[in-house]
Design a binder for this molecule. Structure first.
Ligand code: 9MR
Length: 566
């Protein structure tokens, strides 16, 4: 038997068949009130405009319906590639075929070639699995270091991408992997797909998607309702006498009244989650159109910034300018002499000019159009290498190890009065990483060119709060700077009472922050990296303070209540 749920909650049958090991009782109405236990992640891999468009859900319904008839009404995708028919369809530029492959179990495998972007690969349409926990399995061989199986779907008009599992691959033999994932009942256009960060070919054998536990059939996506947030206490007001409260936002978020109202009520600061990064600002077409004009000063585009900066201005908020000099989300062409990745890297002098002109351009445009709005700039982001020392980024390779000093020197030169200059990094509470950061920031501090350290704080309930607080204070003591907590999210564990545990952790974390502030440690801003769990870049860890329907998690109440006792 199976259970049918349409958006009006008409239901039929419940099914006993469990095709996924470890499957337990389901939450059939998860998501009807928008309170999905979703675990989604917006990956960095695919710019929104290059993701494959809306999947053809009619086709999947037919394909899977046939399969369901043979499987007591439970959808199931199983491909061993023994025939020539494929359930998989190409994703992006990938080309799919079934090939003979001696390394494969039955000598045949799916071959994925022609991949031009990391998200290119093979799609499996998975609409009928809506609202259910699924288990995905597959075996892969590839010269890429790893192959990932991910899921994509839309909820409330936002597309989310999340990893289901990844396997480390090698070119000679197959490596099997599997992962489970609970798809929200309000999800639409659901696709499970094979991808890889590297672009080499991928072989896949024995791919399957099965339901864990009892199957519930959702005829259509459950309506994704929002909670009424208008009566919530305000973080902005609660912390007004201590520090600013911010959130990372995007134009999509701000275009939806429910999100925008919440941001207005809760925040005194925002950070553009992606729009102020070099890849959003630099204009390749114009830069290469006239090399004589743009060689030293790459062309820049700003119009899109009006959404986020305009919103902040209208609502009396400040903005953290994130970020100027970063190894990531900075187009590679910027580092080549003629902006041509097949040509020579630019030399130090040329890159210094480009860096200076880029920083100047950002400061000038924002000051002219939004005077006084940007309260802080993340001048350099993530320059410390996870394995120690400085990251050998293209900035480092082209300019040398004083590129950080230079970036701050230029930032100071062009920053308007009052705009603070920050270094921003993740895991910056870890001892070894902190030593590296302090080492390269000391000359910057000595030159008087840095005002603050941003502790990103993508953490989890495993982290030692004490270690974090000691590190925070050390930045202040050794560099004479102020502190912004710039990207706070606290991943939850997988236990049944994860929300309560996470709430308690938020409570302990915030109480310590408040205590430090009350002791005179200059913590001047705290920004949450997003609004609701499914929209977080780390959605699988459900790290934020609002659920997807914007109902408040214990973490939100913990942030409010932490002030009651100080
Ligand atoms: O949240 C951002 C996500 O939407 C982007 O895809 C990703 C790309 O790198 O960047 C995320 O934000 C990062 C921030 O800019 C710097 N610190 C780490 C954040 C999470 O990856």
């Amino acid at each position: 038997m199976r259970k049918l749920i349409s958006s009006s909650v008409a239901l039929l049958l419940v099914l006993a068949l469990s095709s996924c090991s470890g499957g337990g009782a389901q939450k059939p109405d998860a998501g009807l009130a928008g309170n999905e236990a979703a675990s989604t992640e917006i990956t960095t891999a695919a710019p929104a405009d290059t993701q494959s468009g809306t999947p053809d859900t009619t086709a999947v319904t037919e394909e899977l319906s046939n399969d369901m008839e043979e499987n007591n009404g439970v959808p199931s995708i199983t491909e061993d590639f023994s025939g020539n028919e494929l359930i998989a369809v190409k994703r992006g530029s990938a080309i799919l075929s079934v090939v003979q492959d001696d390394a494969a179990k039955d000598g045949r495998a799916l071959f994925i070639e022609g991949r031009k972007e990391s998200w290119n690969g093979a799609d499996y349409k998975a609409e009928l699995f809506r609202g259910n926990e699924i288990e995905v399995k597959g075996s892969f061989r590839s010269a890429n270091k790893a192959v990932r199986v991910s899921i994509q779907f839309n909820v409330r008009g936002n597309t989310t991408y999340n990893m289901v599992f990844a396997v480390n691959t090698n070119d000679s033999s197959y490596t099997a992997g599997s992962g489970k994932y609970t798809i929200p009942a309000s999800a639409e256009h659901i696709v499970v797909y094979i991808e890889s960060d590297e672009l080499k070919d991928i072989y896949c054998d024995d791919f399957s998607v099965n339901v864990c536990g009892d199957y519930t059939y959702y005829e259509e996506a459950a309506e994704a309702l929002f909670a009424n947030t208008s009566e919530y206490p305000s973080l902005r007001d609660t912390y007004a006498d201590l520090f600013r409260i911010g959130m990372a936002v995007s134009p999509t978020i701000l275009s939806k009244p429910q999100y925008a109202e919440l941001v207005k009520a809760q925040c005194s600061s925002i950070t553009a989650e992606n729009d102020m990064k070099p890849e959003a600002i630099l204009d390749y077409g114009t830069s290469v159109s006239d090399l004589d004009k743009y060689r030293e000063a790459p062309a820049m585009k700003f119009a899109h910034l009006n959404v986020e900066l305009g919103f902040a201005q209208e609502n009396g908020m400040t903005v953290r300018g994130h970020t100027l000099v970063w190894h990531s989300q900075t187009p590679e062409w910027l580092f080549y002499k003629d902006y041509d990745k097949n040509g020579e890297l630019a030399d130090r002098e040329l890159m210094l000019k480009r860096m200076e002109n880029y920083i100047k351009g950002m400061m000038e445009w924002t000051t002219e159009n939004y005077p006084g709005l940007i309260s802080a700039w993340d001048v350099v982001n993530e320059a410390a290498d996870d394995n120690g020392g400085m990251r050998k980024s293209l900035w480092y390779q082209t300019i040398g190890e004083d590129y950080i000093e230079k970036a701050f020197e230029y930032a100071r030169k062009y920053a308007p009065e009052g705009a603070k200059l920050f270094y921003n990094d993740y895991n910056s509470y870890q001892k070894r990483k902190q030593e590296d950061i302090l080492a390269f920031l000391k000359p910057v501090a000595a030159a008087g060119n840095i005002d603050g350290v941003g502790m990103q704080s993508h953490i989890g309930t495993y982290m030692s709060i004490n270690e974090y607080m000691v590190a925070l204070k050390k930045y202040v003591d050794e560099l004479g700077v102020e502190i912004h907590i710039t990207e706070l999210d606290i991943g939850a564990d997988k236990s049944d009472d994860w929300e309560e545990k996470q709430g308690k952790y938020f409570s302990r974390f915030m109480k310590k922050i408040i205590a430090l502030k009350n002791d005179g440690v200059p913590i001047t801003s705290l920004t949450l990296w997003g609004i609701s769990d499914s929209l977080s870049w780390k959605a699988g860890d459900r790290p934020l303070v609002f659920r997807d329907d914007l109902s408040r998690k214990p973490a939100f109440d913990a942030m409010i209540n932490a002030r009651a006792e100080d």
